[in-house]
Design a protein around this ligand. Structure first.
Ligand code: NAP
Ligand code: GCO
Length: 266
């Protein structure tokens, strides 16, 4: 077999959470092109149906399920259903996530908890649900979608940064606890990517000028551009494939160089 087989996902079942669109959809599309069978979930039937259609338009027969990833009972039942209807999950991507941009002193504890529930507790719940079968099968890949906020803070994103910082350490702990079973758990830390989640940060101003945050990110990024979801596809395939079998507990930042750069002088 050629060296490229190391990057093949043929014969693998990949579950990407919250993947009706956005980053999750792009990663799932890359996995399908690499040969994987795609399973995704989203929070309501309408989103799942739109996602199944979007995958179909891309030539992908994806298996879509309605599931709130914060609900442990529902996730446990979903994994059993996936194993029955599709197969054991070989690759889990904890992608589903939310953000609430609220100054900390104005944020309720309930709002803080909700963000942590989706962005940190859910990856724990989903990982816990798939690991036993990965152990039995003798291999597994778990990829957590972290963030610049796994390393940096900024105004108004206290809950999100706390959750994504915790997700970095959950990644390292799953690596530490399950590496002996040939399970690799790594993270992808996207920079600022053009998706619905960041649309408010890129809105054109009434005078047609760039949003101030948009200009700020361009100045902070050596690549001098926002990332596209397609920028994440290659790194995601690498971390899901045999090519990364000795990479564990690592957060691969796909950020155009933001974390390495002090920022363009005004
Ligand atoms: P997005 O466009 O907001 O998509 C997030 C997806 O997760 C949506 O389909 C959403 O469904 C789903 N979701 C939310 N809560 C859920 C729940 N409880 N159960 C199941 N699904 C749920 O976000 P994105 O920009 O693609 O980001 C995807 C991941 O990358 C997130 O973890 C985000 O934090 C992370 N990330 C994004 C960026 C960026 O710049 N965009 C950078 C770094 C990291 P609904 O539409 O119903 O909410
Ligand atoms: C924000 C953005 C970021 C990105 C991403 C950066 O408000 O600062 O939403 O948090 O989503 O996480 O890596």
């Amino acid at each position: 077999m050629g060296f490229e087989q190391n990057f093949s996902l043929k014969g693998k079942v990949a579950w990407i959470t919250g993947a009706s669109y956005g980053i999750g959809f792009a990663i799932a599309s890359a996995y399908a092109q690499a040969g994987a069978t795609i399973v995704f979930n989203d929070i309501n039937r309408d989103l799942v149906n739109k996602g199944v259609e979007a995958y179909k338009q891309a030539g992908i027969q994806a298996h879509g399920y309605v599931c709130d990833v914060t609900n442990e009972e529902a996730v446990t039942a979903l994994v059993a259903q996936i194993e029955k209807e599709v197969g054991v999950v070989d690759i889990l991507v904890n992608n589903a996530g939310i953000i609430r941009r609220i100054p900390m002193t104005e944020m309720s504890a309930a709002e803080f908890r909700k963000v942590v529930d989706v962005d940190l507790n859910a990856p724990f719940i989903c990982s816990k649900a798939v690991i036993p079968s990965m152990i039995k099968k003798g291999h597994g890949k778990i990829i957590n979608i972290c963030s610049m906020m796994s390393e940096l803070g900024r105004e108004t994103v206290s809950a999100y940064a706390a959750a994504k910082g915790g997700l970095k350490m959950l990644t390292r702990n799953i690596c530490s606890e399950y590496g002996k079973y040939n399970i690799q758990c790594n993270g992808i830390g996207p920079g600022y990517i053009a998706t619905p989640q960041t649309a408010p940060l890129r809105e054109r101003q009434p005078d047609g000028s760039r949003h101030p945050f948009d200009s700020f990110i361009i100045a902070k990024t050596p690549a001098e551009r926002w990332g596209e979801t397609s920028d994440l596809m290659g790194p995601a395939v690498f971390l899901a494939s045999d090519a990364s079998n000795f990479v564990n507990g690592h957060i691969l930042y796909v950020d155009g160089g933001i974390l390495a750069y002090i920022g363009k002088q005004p």
